[in-house]
Design a binder for this molecule. Structure first.
Ligand code: SME
Length: 169
């Protein structure tokens, strides 16, 4: 398996994502374990962009449950439709939040978080997990992040065996 990832420096955000996505796809294609793959994706994104927090919440029954992440301590369970993550689960749509204090029902896991993006990962038309990223800066995420992170969500969905996930039927 690949044991290192090349992260270009002094280039645009766009260029960093373009360099990372094929490497991440190759990395997780070589490994079948879901937790191992989500852990490495979190680590690479954190290192590449120095986000405050990056990680996954997995749909388990009626809740999102904390999965692999990088960053400060986080809430472990989030209800359907609750917070930014729950909204991404409920709608199946990316939530781009320039100011978390202006998002009704935002769940403040870290008081340092100022903006957030949550991208759902869908398989067979159902949300099976969300990728959540927080920044300590207002308006840190834009449609460039959204476009590439949505591509990453498709890569993740296509890599996970259908029976790996334990979500609601
Ligand atoms: N802010 C999220 C909760 C998860 S943490 O940010 C890691 C939300 O409102 O769903």
């Amino acid at each position: 398996m690949s044991s290192s990832i090349y992260i270009p420096s002094d280039v645009s955000k766009d260029a960093v994502y373009q360099a990372l996505l094929p490497q991440l796809e190759a990395l997780i294609s070589d490994e079948t374990d879901l937790i191992a793959n989500l852990a490495n994706i979190s680590a690479v994104l954190k290192e590449a962009f120095d986000f405050l927090w990056v990680g996954f919440y997995l749909v388990k029954g009626e809740q999102l449950v904390l999965g692999p992440f990088q960053g400060p301590l986080a809430c472990t369970r989030i209800g359907y439709g609750k917070g930014v993550c729950g909204a991404a689960w409920q709608t199946g749509l990316t939530q781009l939040v320039p100011d978390v204090d202006a998002f009704p029902g935002h769940i403040a896991c870290s008081s340092a978080s100022r903006s957030e993006i949550v991208v759902p990962v869908l398989q067979g038309g159902k949300v099976i997990m969300v990728l959540d990223i927080d920044s300590e800066y207002l308006s840190f995420f834009d449609t460039t992040d959204q476009a590439y992170l949505e591509q990453l969500a498709v890569i993740v969905a296509n890599t996970i065996p259908l029976d790996e996930h334990q979500g609601p039927s």
